[in-house]
Every structure is written in C-alpha cells, then in structure tokens.
Design a protein around this ligand. Structure first.
Ligand code: MG
Length: 677
C-alpha cells in the first residue's frame, strides 16, 4: 500500500516538474463553444449526444466540474476570458449588436497581446463578438490573423463594414442590397451573417452549414504552418448558438436531433485538432482547453442545450448560466483521466497561460489566479470565490461551497426581470448543485458573512440618477445630444433632445438618466454635441466636457449644468401690469412657474413684502439665468393671507416665452374685468 502511494507521489512530482523544465514555450489552444451547456457532452452525462473525441480528450486529460465563465452572455464572457478581468472592470458588460459602434477597449490587454509579446504566433478563428468596427477587431487586439463571423450568427451585416474585392455573395445578395440591408424586408434577415477575414467581409451571407468545418480546416492549417514556433490559437466556434447548422456529413446523425448533430460535428472538429497535434508530434508541447462561453439557451426549447443537473441556463446567474463543461489536455503534463472539482474560471486563463509562456502578469489588475496547481498537480485552486454579474449588477456571490443570490432571473420560467431577494437566497452548492434548497433562514450568519465579502465586488451604488441641464443661449439647436463615457472608454451614455428617442421631449433641455452599477470613483466625461441625424454624425458644440464623479453612496460631484453661450441675455426685466377694474382686491399675488417646473416666483401687491408699493398694481421683476425659449406661466390670484389661502382671480393664465434676444412674446398684462370672468 505504502509503495503505491510512493509511486503515485513520484508520478505527481514528475508531472509537476515537466512543464517547468521544457525549453520550448508550450503552444496554447483555447476552444470556446457558444451556448454549450454543462450537460451537453457524453463525458458530462448526456445520454444521447455522442462525443467520443471529447470523451477521449477527458480520458487523456483533466475534466473540471466547477469551472465558470465570468458572464452568462456572449460578449462579456469573451472579454473576461481574454483579459482575465470581470466585465464590470473591462467595460464589456452587455452583448454587442451590429448597430453598436463600441467594442472591447483597445487599452485592455488580451491574452493574445501578452503572448504575441512573448513571440507567439496568434490566430483567432471563429466568433469574435467584441466589436466589429476596425479598431476592435481581433487583428487589433493581439491576433496576427482573423477568420470568422464577427458576432453572433443571428445578427446581420452592418452596411458600413468593409467588403472584400473578392467577396462571395450568396443567395442572390448584391452589394447594393448590403448597403440597404436595414431597410430590406427579408425573412429571417438576422440569420444572414457576414464571414470575415482580417478586417474584410469575404462572404455574405455566410454559408453557416459549413462554418464548423471551415473553422476546423483553418485551424489545422494554422497549426501546421506554426508547428515549429510557439503559437496561440483561439478557436471560438459559432455553434451551437442558434440558428443551428451542421454540415452535410453531420445532418441527421444524432439521436438528439439537430442540436446533437451540431455538437457531434464540434466533437469531430476537436478530434481533428488533437489528432493533428499528435501527427505533428507537438501534442506533448501543446495545452488545449475546451470550454463554453455560457450556459444553454433554454428558452429555445429543443434547439437549446442542457445544463444537466444545474438550474437554469444562459442569461442567468444560476449555476446553469455560468458553470460550463471544461476539459484540459496536454499529454505528458496533465495527468490522464483526472477530474477536479476545484473552483476555477475563464478569468484564470490569462495569468495561467501568460505564466506558462514565460510572461509576468503581476503588473496587471486582473481577477484571475494562476491555476497551474489544479491543471498539473491535482492541487488546490487559489480561487475560493466567484462573483456573478448580470449586465453591471452583482447578482450572486460564491465563497467556497456557499452561494448567495441578491437577485435572480429565470427566463426558462418566463421571469426575465431581475427579482431582488432580501435576505439573499443561500445555497450550499456542493451539497445542492441544482440550487433547490434555500438555507437563508437556517444559516443567517453565513448570509451575513457572504454579504460582507461580496461588498468588494459590489463596488458601486446600484444606480444613480444624473440630471444634466442644458441652457441654449443661442436657440440654434434643434437636436442636441449629450454623449458621455465612463473613464473615457466603453459604456457610453447618450441622451438626446430631439424628441425622437430616449423618451425625451424636444426642447426641454433637461435630461435625467439612470445609470446602473456605476464603477465607483470613475470619472465621467460628458460632451455636448449637435446631432446631425444619427449617432455617428455629430459635431461638438462645446469643447470643455462636463466632468463628474459618483462616490460609493451615489453622491455626484462635479458639474451637471451646461450653458451654450449665445447671444441671449443672462437677465431679463419683465414688467407685469395688472389692471383691477373691480377695485376690490386689496391683496393680489402673481404666481408664476417656469415650464411646469416648480421654480416659482411670487409677487405681491399688498405693500407688506417683496419690496413692492401697495396699490400701484404694476410690478417689475428681474429674473436671472432664465432658460431661453422656455415657456412661463403666470396666474393672478387674490391672496387672503401671507402664505395661506389663494383664490384664483381669473381662470386664464398668462403665457409668454422669452426669446434669445430678450424679447417677450405672449402676454404680460392682466386685466381683472368688472364681470370677474
Ligand atoms: Mg453565448
């Protein structure tokens, strides 16, 4: 018995040393499937989907059973994988669409950039989804080359995309139709998706049936070409994101139907790659990691996958949304047929891989840990916590076996809105991986302890209302937009005043925007621009941006008022004449408001206050900082006491508007007629 332990110990020891002593830098391949659930592989318990290649990969390598994606949706999940930072930090908190101009901020450092600096050849083949505008494409984020669909396969082309001279147009598509794609009425238009090479569209619409096959061929070519140098291949499959497609060889092959066909083709693809590494004799110098970006799309019924015994799927912070099947493979370095339930995450790949490649990640503000002990030594993970975000909000937090949910949503049960839980729900997810038994009543002390620890990740107020006021002294702008960003990158916030969107009324010039989960102490910069009709074409009106900060309690410091200086006056004298034909009112008050906002001005005529002389019934009032163009409403009332009862003398209000030239249009004379009408 003792001898067995000794031998096992020696084997472990030798595995631990090998990867460190190899002279050549290891090749690294990350295979990232899209919306593949925790229960969708044979080796993770699926009864009818056959995945012999992935099962073999697991037998030859390490299967992780508590490995997390940092987000339950595509773009943030990918941004976190590549940067080792939570979405709230890297700025990609939501899914990008073809109409978005944003992407993963170029200042963020990706694994590809780090590895390229360490002399790796790098390629991204597959779904990118971190911005399709040129500056955000893989070739500008550390990859030598790119081939694939730039976002999800249910998103059509952005007519502004660069088309290759040799573009293949399919299904009777023309370049003119691409330019007008947003206006065309085509059935399932969002399934017409572009295929790109580097920064150009080379095929539209992409032949989705052959995508997995073509990605595989491209991957094999890249491996072959770089077999003598260290390489990093990032292979994010487009599948099994819906719409589902399999190539001819895989259609109708699976007992599980179309979804099974798609997974079985992915399985074939992985087998091709591992076989090629063996044929080229570089398998013992290549680490391959297979995983998924988030859980299965359960609301799509049979077209969606399975999260196995985990609760819920994609879009949610239940385990089924973020815990993903993960297999690590490196013959000679990773022990065959090992399974680890240590806590690990996509966030950990950045530091782990950079270190393996001989780099240093200590200077980076990352949320990942070096999980080499788990991969190579069957060791303990340095990770003991996981923060679960939905968009910008911290929904749940896990520390070791315990997980609390501050919020939940359950699309599979048709609950799309986040539901708040007070106290948070509590599960022991090692005892109860399906999150069936809420223990918050029996373990309040655990709930409290986790709330305390989660504070670090809930690093901002949940939402803040920022009201920005614009005074247009020129009256020259029909459309005004305020455009702001956090820390100068990502998460742009835009507010319009042309009445066309953002549910504002034109000309009111006061906007309130609720911003959720703001990174505390980050700097907000707002610019005021004239919008020429779209979010892209605008010109800057004022060059000094408003700057403000939001603190942990939601307090705003800095300026929120914007004055466009024009020819308009900054003060105006308004004279009201009240003619009392009845001569019966001893006390009269004029009460006014500015554009329905209760910025009231009261003027009395009883000689008692407001420095007026009784009985003259003519008042002049100087008003400063008047929003030009705003409408003023004034009512004339009998005042029975200083502050108390007020009767309206006449039902009509005086309405007037103040022009940029200081001229008043409308009425400022008030006649109280004898008949009192
Ligand atoms: Mg996805």
């Amino acid at each position: 018995m003792k001898a067995h332990f000794l031998i096992a110990g020696l084997i472990l020891f030798s595995f631990a040393l090998l990867h460190a002593s190899d002279d050549r830098k290891p090749n690294i391949i990350i295979i990232f499937s899209d919306d593949l659930g925790y229960g969708d592989l044979g080796c993770y318990g699926h009864p009818t989907i056959r995945t012999p290649e992935l099962d073999k990969m697991a037998r030859e390598g390490l299967k992780l059973t508590q490995f997390y994606s940092a987000s339950p949706v595509c773009s943030p999940s990918r941004a976190s994988l590549l940067t080792g930072r939570y979405p709230i930090k890297n700025g990609v908190t939501r899914v990008f669409f073809p109409y978005h101009n944003e992407g993963l901020a170029p200042e963020e450092i990706t694994i590809a950039e780090e590895l390229r600096n360490l002399d790796y050849h790098t390629a991204c083949i597959g779904k990118w989804h971190l911005g399709h505008k040129e500056e955000f494409l893989p070739i500008n984020q550390g990859f030598d080359s790119y081939y694939g669909v730039p976002y999800s396969n249910d998103m059509t082309i952005d007519p502004a995309m660069k088309l290759s001279e040799h573009i293949v147009l399919r299904m009777d598509m023309t370049k003119e139709m691409i330019l007008n794609i947003n206006d065309l009425e085509i059935e399932n238009k969002n399934h017409l998706t572009p295929l790109m090479e580097n920064d150009e569209v080379i095929e539209f619409p992409a032949d989705q049936e052959t995508l997995t096959k073509r990605y595989t061929e491209k991957a094999l070519d890249f491996i072959e070409e770089n077999k003598d140098d260290p390489f990093f291949l990032y292979l994010p499959y487009t599948m099994p994101h819906i719409p589902l497609f399999a190539s001819e060889d895989f259609q109708d092959v699976s007992q599980r139907g179309l979804y099974g066909d798609v997974i079985e083709e992915i399985d074939w693809s992985v087998g091709q790659i591992l076989d090629r590494l063996k044929q080229l004799n570089i398998d013992e110098n290549t680490l391959v990691i297979f995983t998924s970006d988030n859980g299965p799309w359960l609301t799509k019924g049979l077209e969606g996958g399975s999260s196995g015994l985990l609760h819920e799927g994609k879009f949610t912070t239940w385990e089924g949304g973020v815990r993903v099947p993960t297999i690590c493979w490196w013959p000679g370095q990773i022990q065959p047929s090992t399974v680890s339930s240590e806590l690990t995450a996509t966030l950990d790949l950045f530091p782990t891989l950079v270190k393996l490649a001989g780099g240093d990640f200590s200077g980076h503000d990352i949320d990942g840990y070096d999980i080499s002990p788990v991969l190579f030594d069957s060791g303990v993970s340095p990770r003991s916590e996981m923060a679960y975000y939905s968009d910008e909000r911290l929904y749940a937090y896990r520390e070791k076996a315990w997980k609390i949910h501050f919020y939940t949503k359950s699309p599979a049960a048709k609950k799309w809105q986040g539901e708040k839980h007070e106290p948070p729900l509590l599960y022991n997810i090692e005892h109860d991986p399906s999150e069936q038994y809420n223990l918050n009543q029996s373990h309040p002390e655990v709930v409290q302890a986790l709330i305390q620890k989660a504070v670090k990740f809930r690093n901002s107020p949940e939402h803040v209302d920022i009201t920005i006021e614009v005074v247009d002294g020129t009256l020259g702008y029909e459309k005004i937009m305020i455009t702001g960003s956090i820390n100068g990158a990502g998460t742009p916030v835009q507010m319009y005043d042309d009445g066309s969107n953002d549910d504002k009324t034109a000309d009111d010039h006061i906007w309130t925007k609720t911003i959720s989960q703001i990174p505390v102490n980050s700097q907000y910069e707002w610019s005021l621009v004239e919008d020429g009709g779209s979010a892209v074409e605008f010109s800057l009106i004022a060059s000094d941006p408003l700057q403000l900060k939001v603190d942990e309690d939601g307090n705003i410091t800095g300026s929120t008022k914007y004055i466009i200086k024009g020819s308009g006056p900054d003060q105006v004298d308004i004279t009201f004449t009240v003619t009392d034909e009845t001569k019966s009112f001893k006390k009269i008050m004029i009460k006014g408001t500015m554009y329905e906002n209760w910025t009231s001005l009261d003027m009395y005529d009883d000689g008692s206050h407001d420095d007026k002389v009784a009985g003259d019934h003519t008042w002049t009032r100087t008003i400063r900082d008047i929003p030009i163009g705003a409408t003023y409403r004034w009512g004339c009332s009998e005042d029975d006491s200083i502050k108390g009862d007020i009767w309206l003398v006449k039902g009509t209000n005086l309405n007037f508007t103040l022009g940029a030239d200081g001229k008043i249009t409308g009425k400022s004379d008030y006649i109280i007629p004898l008949d009192g009408e």
